[in-house]
Structures are given as structure tokens and as C-alpha cells.
Design a protein around this ligand. Sequence first.
Ligand code: GLU
Length: 426
Amino acid sequence: MKSPIPFYLQKILDSVRGNKDGAVADYIPELAQANPDYLGIALCSTTGHIYAAGDAQQRYTMQSISKPFVYALALQELGLDAVRDIVGMEPSGEAFNELSLNRNDHRPVNPMINAGAIAVNQLINGVDSTVEDRVECIRSYISRLAGRELEIDRNVCDSELEHSERNLSLAHMLRNYGIIQDDAHDAVLSYTKQCSIAVDTRDLAVMAATLANGGRQPITGEKILDADVCRLTLAVMASCGMYDGAGRWIAEVGIPAKSGVAGGLIGTLPGQLGVATFSPRLNAEGNSIRGVEAFKQLSADMGLHLMSTENRVGINPVREVEQNDDVAVIHLQGHINFSAVEAVLHQLREYDLERSQVALDISQVSTLHKVGRRLLKEGLRRLREEGAEIAVIDPDGILTDREMSDGTLVPLADAEDYQIAGQSIL
Ligand code: GLU
């Protein structure tokens, strides 16, 4: 059975595609060359399943999306106290490139604005590191997060360096107050290279999922960051990740996130998944307009808001799978939200249930979130399309709406009809 999740992601893209508002960033001339119509999305579960739609393999530079990951690296290398001596954790409520430092101790207020990110970049690989070694340390670390070797886009980097007066002034200010030690030009060079690491949307989803997974890269299995470091990073992303739009973002979308001026946007749902979108047109705050729209929909539709009581991770949603040569009965349990249904659909594909009859027993399901219901029905419909006879065992009527996407109804069955003397998988 082909997973319905990419199809669902495609629908989200289609619903935002018509929005032509905003403009590509042009303060970095090379970014102004980007095709404004690119639109991509990718989602990676903490179990390492990736789903993508649209231009998810188009390359672009991370820009500010590098900031939370390099902050995490600094926390990992030096610990919170040392990092907090250099940069605070308070939302600035200001634009990303604001010349803002804390009034008392002159520290940048948080690591997500440029002043903070320039200071954090300087912490990597020790204060005596050359620019080259520091950048290589960051590039190779980000590559491990993505699970493949990434490169720096020289054209974008050079283009930004030619117009970096603003960041240079921030670096001079930081050096003046003793926050950074390097010469301002070197500090900006190092930071700009960090921003110019080229990725695609799938890479970003995997990186975001690594934060969701407590620092273990879900595909390579490598443990890259401590869980505490991920928690701190996600907390700072939640309060400061969307610049001066951060408050509205956390209320409306409720997913710790970070945007970049090349049009990327990542979101991390702790313990569950990472999502990334790509669409280069930005709003006045520097956030991707269609990316923000797509995230709003994902959050509302899939119940992903961090403060939502529906957004729980619980026991394994597949209690048991019984099957013999003809019949497979999949017994589900607990709360079926997006992450749960993703796991169920993945298992249906893994076992490659080529039985002539497939029944889904939802009698032990406590709640079925609307996206869980929709995707389960779509999974069943696809199994039927491939020739299986499908049924749902639902004695309590949890599947309130039985209509599938082709207008037919999910057939119901009694548990007694499926007492099979078969092999139990779980
Ligand atoms: N390299 C960009 C800058 O420093 C990053 C800004 C962003 O992505 O928000 O201006």
C-alpha cells in the first residue's frame, strides 16, 4: 500500500500554492535570484520515516535555520552556564538584524537574532580556532544532523559578504563589549559561512526530527546531542524562533520553529516529528509566507499544537497484528493522533499485508483525532484499491464518519467474524 501521507502533504501545498504575497529576500543579491514559486514540504518521524511533497529536493541555504543547531552545538560543547554568559534566552520582540544588546551586561538577548548568532558562532571549536576550522566543525556537525555531507554555497556566501555592513556593525559592537574576541570581519565571515550551508527540505526535516528525538539522528541512529541540549534549544526556538512574530506563532501554530531568509522553515514537535517547508517569498518579519500558512494548517489539521491536549504520545498504537494466509487483523489501542496513525500506516506497509481480507480493530482505541480518522480511512481505501477486502471492528462507534475519499463507506464487521487462529506478530 502506498502511504497516504505524501498525498496529504501535497494537499497542504496545493491549498497554499495560490498565495503570491510577499517577496524573496533581496538584501542578499544572490537570494533574489531564487525562483519565488518553489514550494516544498517534508516530514520526518522520530522513528526515521520521511515523507515529502513538492520541491522538497530543491537546494537552498539554511540562513537563520542554522542558528538553533549551532546554539545546540555550543551548549553541547560548553554547557548552559558558559553559553549563557555570552547570550541570553529572552525574546527580543525585534527584527532579526536589530542592533540590540542587553542594557546591563551587553549580551545579545537571544541566540536567534543575528547579534546572538554571531556571538554563539564564535564559541564553536574554542576561542582560538581559525575561521576555517570553526566553519569546518560546524559544516561537518550539520552534515551529521542531515545524515549526508553538506556543502557551503560559495555564491550566496560571497554575495552576502559584499553587503554585510549590518552584521559587521553588530560584530564591532560585540567586540567592543568583549562578547567576541575575533576581529569583526572574521566573525562575520564565519557566521555567514554557517548561514550559507546548502540543504534541501528533506535534510531540514531530518535535522528537526533529530531535535525532536532527543539528539539521536533518526535515520543514521547516531547520538549527536544530549536530550537536555535539545530541550533548551527547542525552548529558545519556541520563544524566539520567529523573530517579532514569535508570540503570535506560538499561539496560532504552537510548534517550536525557526525560519531562514532563503525561504526555509523548520518545526519540531518534541518526541514526535520534524517538519520543514520551503517557499522563498517572505513577509515583513522575514518569515516564509506560504511556509507559515502550511504550518498553520498542519498544526490545526493534525492537532500538532504543543499546548493541545490531543497532542499526546503514548503507548504503541498497534497492540497486536494477527494473520493467517487470508486474513490480517490489526488491533489498535490508545489515542490515535497523527504520529500514531503514521506508525500504523508504516506498519501496514512494512508487513506488506497482502491478505485478501484486512480488518482494523479499533475497539481498544480511546480517541481518534480527525487526522487519524482521515488517514486511517485513506489507508484502508488504498488497501481495497489493491484488491483487499477491508473492514473495521468498531463496537463503540468511534469512527463517527465512515465516508472515504471516494464517497463509499468503510464496511463494519463484528469481532467474532475475525477470530482467526493465526500467527500473532506483536
Ligand atoms: N544570513 C542572514 C543574515 O544574517 C540570515 C538572516 C535570516 O535568515 O533570518 O542576515
